[in-house]
Ligand binder design. Structure first.
Ligand code: ZN
Length: 401
């Protein structure tokens, strides 16, 4: 268990976020080479798990042309065009590139390369202390480097003066003082280049002291403004009383499992609303303080109620947790512990996580026309989930990583 490991060096979250972003500053100088789009190829003979939740297809073929999936299915039904290089992947499983829908500290080339090498071809960064324009310029400087994982970026959180995460971690955030101010600031953040909006609905109950938080009117104004621009809103919550406020505001996903016991009626309300849940069990089990006591049972209850889960860990979201960088096997193990099948976990890490990134038209499943973000692993992850760490090939937009 990670929580039992010694932590020889503890640093504050402010120091941590500064360190995590310091290395990224040099990227603005344009050090990332632009690679050509992928060469055409066909992966032939492996088992296909396409991320939709459909049955696996044995002896499959996936044809990649121009960085996209041209055709996919049983090998007997797929024509490999003349001149397209066939790559034999017998004994392996072909999956969509995985997506971690809750990370931090990823405005950084080395970190994004490490994600890609582990088969995680998209990450969603949930909050940075950097000014928005600076943060988005770093993201954009890495956009065409296909050795880097795709970065979906919130920039800073939108909160109230003295609220979370300022009150807890001292992380610079965008603060609003009225619904009108909230509308103006969210529009500005989206103009600056935010891919989505992250808000905290954090009363402080989990930390044992209260802090100011967005009013229902401010939270609703943020959601309305973002939705009018086609942008997703993700809400940090840590207890059920704040979860209700997130649902009242109409947010699109819940960025952590709640740490107190999740009542069945509330689980049902989340399911009914269609809100996705990104559990970050690795965080809660890692931070200790008993915060992980209910989270696995809560996830089980949500799954049994028919809830939609997207995989996310909160990588780099707490300085003293040794998060997985690469394939998030800790989070996956906790999902199994909560009763999720390997197939459900794969959907959570692909199709559902792509939806949460609002990129489900482009990535998350291997279907004709989709971007060719592909993970090939040895063995069968439906039989043994640890096969997910046996990376044979990773492609981002058809380019080998
Ligand atoms: Zn986080």
């Amino acid at each position: 268990m990670k929580s039992d490991r010694p932590h020889p060096r503890r640093i504050s979250r402010r120091e941590f976020l500064t360190l995590a972003t310091a290395g990224a500053a040099g990227l603005l100088a344009g050090c990332c080479p632009t690679l050509p789009k992928g060469g055409d190829l066909a992966l032939v003979g492996g088992t296909l798990i396409d991320g939709t939740g459909a049955d696996p297809v044995t002896d499959a073929a996936v044809v990649v042309q121009g960085g996209r999936v041209a055709s996919v299915g049983p090998r007997a039904q797929v024509t490999v065009p003349a001149g397209v290089q066939a790559v034999d992947v017998q004994g392996a499983t072909i999956l969509p590139g995985f997506i971690n829908a809750h990370v931090h500290g990823s405005y950084d080339e080395d970190t994004l390369k490490a994600w890609a090498r582990g088969g995680v071809t998209t990450v969603r960064d949930m909050a940075t202390g950097q000014p928005p324009k600076e943060a988005f310029a770093i993201r954009d400087s890495m956009r065409d480097n296909l050795q880097c994982t795709r970065l979906v970026a919130a920039g800073p959180m939108v909160t109230v003066p003295g609220g979370y995460p300022i009150a807890r971690w001292g992380v610079d955030s965008i603060t609003v003082t009225s619904p009108a101010d909230a509308r103006q600031k969210v529009n500005q953040l989206l103009d600056d280049g935010a891919d989505f909006i992250k808000i905290p609905l954090e009363s402080g109950a989990v930390f044992g002291y209260l802090m100011p938080m967005l009013s229902p009117e401010e939270a609703a104004a943020i959601v309305e403004t973002a939705h009018a621009r086609g942008a997703w809103v993700s809400a940090h919550v840590s207890v059920t009383q704040d979860l209700e406020k997130a649902l009242d505001a109409g947010v699109d996903d819940i960025a952590h499992m709640v740490t107190d016991e999740l009542p069945d009626a509330l689980a049902a309300r989340v399911v009914e609303s269609g809100t996705y849940w990104v559990p970050t069990i690795e965080l809660w089990k890692g931070v200790g303080y008993g915060l992980g006591a209910h989270v696995v049972d809560n996830l089980r209850r949500f799954i049994e109620a028919g809830g939609q889960v997207a995989l996310g860990t909160d990588y780099a979201g707490a300085p003293d947790v040794d998060f997985d960088l690469g394939m998030p096997m800790d989070e996956i193990a906790w999902m199994q512990e909560a009763g999720m099948t390997a197939r459900q976990i794969i959907v959570a890490a692909t199709r559902h996580a792509a939806r949460v990134c609002t990129l489900d038209q482009e990535i998350g499943t291997l279907e004709a026309g989709k971007v060719a973000d592909i993970l090939v692993v040895d063995g069968d992850p439906l039989e043994d989930i640890h096969a997910l760490t046996k990376t044979r090939l990773v492609f981002r937009e058809g380019v080998p990583v």
